[in-house]
Design a protein around this ligand. Structure first.
Ligand code: DQA
Length: 149
């Protein structure tokens, strides 16, 4: 059985480390990827890690994951609050999905309080900084291995 998970990142996360560090911290996306790979290997999981500023690319990776993977960690960034298309793509996946936000979206502007993705996610992590990603992978591993509800 596949041990592949996708870690997907939406728009502007390529500038992590430079982008509003008072909100998103000083780690880069490469730092996040390295930490995700380290934690995934503890669980014997492989990672396909991506970022895009284009909605269609994220949708295509979700379609790919649907065929090949056993779970998704996704930070859809601004698409969280706008994208029915990403929700529709995730709705076709039969494995656990964990939604991650670096910042606490509920403490911020009202337009960030609604997420289209939360309705399909097994769990949501927000406001733990980039640490949210390794937390999400630990949780996904549990869900994949059927050890937790
Ligand atoms: C974000 C929160 C979103 O509201 C924002 O548009 C982002 C990043 C986060 O990780 O905190 O780009 O998803």
């Amino acid at each position: 059985m596949s041990r592949l998970i996708y870690v997907l990142n939406g728009p502007n996360l390529n500038l992590l480390g430079k982008r509003q560090p008072e909100i998103y911290g000083s780690e880069t996306l490469a730092d996040v990827e390295a930490e995700c790979r380290r934690v995934a290997s503890e669980h014997d999981l492989e990672i396909s890690f991506h970022q895009s500023n284009r909605e269609y690319e994220i949708i295509e990776w979700i379609h790919e994951a649907r065929e090949t993977a056993v779970g998704i960690v996704i930070n859809p960034a601004a698409f969280t609050h706008t994208s029915v298309a990403i929700l529709d793509a995730l709705n076709m996946c039969e494995f656990p999905i964990i939604e991650v936000h670096i910042s606490n979206i509920h403490k911020r502007e009202a337009f960030r309080h609604h997420s289209y993705v939360s309705g399909v996610a097994s769990g949501v992590i927000a406001g733990f900084g980039t640490q949210g990603y390794p937390f999400a992978i630990h949780r996904l591993a549990r869900l994949i291995d059927g050890a937790a509800r």
